[in-house]
Ligand binder design. Structure first.
Ligand SMILES: [Zn+2]
Length: 249
C-alpha cells in the first residue's frame, strides 16, 4: 500500500505569490516531491510530521518546485543533528542546498534522464522532460504499482515513458486554447492520458489562467479520456493498493 498526499495544486510564478492555490508539492510514501513555497507550512497545517519524512525529490530548480527543499531537509535531519534521509535533484540543483545540509543527508543524488535509483521501499526511474535545462520527471516503482510524475514539460512523444503507471500526476499549467511552450495544456493532458492509460490521473501545477476554470477542464479531460481525473487539491490523499481510493484530510 502506498499513499500520496497532495499539498496543493498550484504552479507557476503568479500562483506562488498569491497562493490562490497551495504550492507545497506532494508526498509519496515518505518522500516529499517538489516542495514549493509553503510546503513546510502545509505539512504542519495537515498535521504531517516533516521530521518523519525520509527524503526530498526536486524535478528542477524553479522556485515553484524547490523553494522549501532546504527546510524539509532541515526538518528530516532534526535541524541537522541527525545524519539521515536522501535528496534527489535534477542536475541544476547542485547549489540548491546549503553545504551543511548536504553533509547531514545519508545520500545526495543529482540525476538526469534514464538514471535509476534504488531506495529501501521503492525504486525510482528518472524520466525525460522538456522544460528548462536539467528538468526531469520521475517514475516511482512501489510495491503496489507505478506512480509517474511528468513535472513541468511540453508534450513530446518521449512522454510515453510514463506508460505502465497506475497513477499519472500531470502538471497541467494551461487550459484549452492557451498552450505555451514547455508546459502541458488541457489538450496535451488528454493526449498523454490517452497514451498512458492510467487508472487515475491527477492534475496539479495549475497556473493563473487554469485556476478559475480548472473544474471545467478536469471534467473535459475525464470525459475525453474516459479516465478518472482529479485535481490534487491541498489535503487530497490517494491510497493505492489493489484499488485506488481518494479521501480528504
Ligand atoms: Zn513550475
Amino acid at each position: 500500500m502506498v499513499k500520496i498526499i497532495f499539498l496543493g495544486s498550484g504552479g507557476g510564478r503568479y500562483i506562488c505569490v498569491n497562493q490562490k492555490r497551495a504550492t507545497g508539492g506532494f508526498i509519496i510514501g515518505k518522500y516529499h516531491v517538489d516542495p514549493g513555497p509553503g510546503a513546510l507550512l502545509r505539512l504542519l497545517e495537515k498535521k504531517i510530521d516533516p521530521k518523519k519524512l525520509d527524503g526530498v525529490f526536486v524535478s528542477h530548480k524553479h522556485i515553484d518546485h524547490c523553494n522549501d527543499a532546504s527546510l524539509i531537509v532541515d526538518a528530516l535531519t532534526n535541524s541537522l543533528n541527525k545524519k539521515r534521509g536522501i535528496f534527489v535533484g535534477s542536475k541544476d540543483c547542485s547549489d540548491l542546498l546549503y553545504p551543511e545540509e548536504k553533509t547531514s543527508l545519508d545520500k545526495y543524488y543529482l540525476v538526469e534522464k534514464k538514471e535509476k535509483i534504488s531506495l529501501g521501499d521503492m525504486n525510482v526511474e528518472v524520466l525525460e522532460a522538456r522544460h528548462s535545462e536539467g528538468t526531469v520527471g520521475f517514475k516511482f516503482y512501489t510495491s503496489s504499482g507505478e506512480i509517474s510524475y511528468t513535472s513541468d514539460t511540453e508534450y513530446f512523444s518521449g512522454l510515453r515513458s510514463h506508460r505502465g503507471a497506475r497513477i499519472l500526476i500531470l502538471n497541467v499549467t494551461r487550459p484549452r486554447n492557451s498552450r505555451i511552450p514547455f508546459h502541458l495544456s488541457t489538450e496535451d493532458a488528454v493526449e498523454l492520458i490517452s497514451i498512458v492509460k492510467p487508472e487515475l490521473a491527477v492534475m496539479t501545477h495549475l497556473g493563473m489562467k487554469m485556476h478559475p476554470i480548472a473544474e471545467r477542464e478536469r471534467k473535459f479531460i475525464e470525459e475525453e479520456t474516459n479516465t478518472k481525473t482529479i485535481i490534487g487539491e491541498l489535503g487530497t490523499v490517494v491510497t493505492m493498493e489493489k484499488n485506488i481510493t481518494i479521501e480528504k484530510i
